[in-house]
Design a protein around this ligand. Structure first.
Ligand SMILES: [Cu+2]
Length: 136
């Protein structure tokens, strides 16, 4: 009887682990919801060098952007003209619209900074990250 309980527990732990992998593993396609003023979710994991499809929906009242920065760079406290040179990829979405676009993931694994380039949105909390993992 005791052994039976242990087996059930193990199955439960394993299924939890597997579902966690399904949610957090690298993906070549992801959805991002933009609101006033955040990204949902805020973190994404993608495989290096692959073509990534992004379905970005803006549920806010104003235009939003998803801007991915080059590795090792960020916008600091305020997004400004000096940050343009550090942009790896970006997409703009108008309120109430969904934009499906693709980009090629960086080849270098690491955590890439994400923000919205519209004035004041970074300060309001539109910050996220894209984690690039080595392709298998
Ligand atoms: Cu924004």
């Amino acid at each position: 009887m005791k052994k039976y309980t242990v087996v059930i527990s193990l199955v439960f732990v394993l299924s939890m682990a597997l579902s966690a992998c399904g949610g957090g593993g690298p993906t070549t396609e992801f959805d991002v919801l933009m609101t006033d003023f955040k990204f949902e979710p805020m973190e994404f994991t993608i495989p290096a060098g692959e073509t990534i499809t992004v379905n970005a929906t803006n549920n806010g009242a104003v235009e939003h952007e998803m801007v991915i920065f080059n590795l090792g760079t960020d916008a600091g406290d305020v997004f400004g003209d000096e940050d343009e040179a550090n942009i790896y990829w970006e997409v703009e979405v108008f309120p109430g619209e969904t934009s499906t676009t693709t980009f090629t993931a960086p080849t270098e694994p690491g955590v890439y900074y994400v923000t919205c380039g519209i004035e004041g949105h970074l300060e309001a909390g539109m910050i996220g990250s894209v984690t690039v993992v080595a392709a298998e």
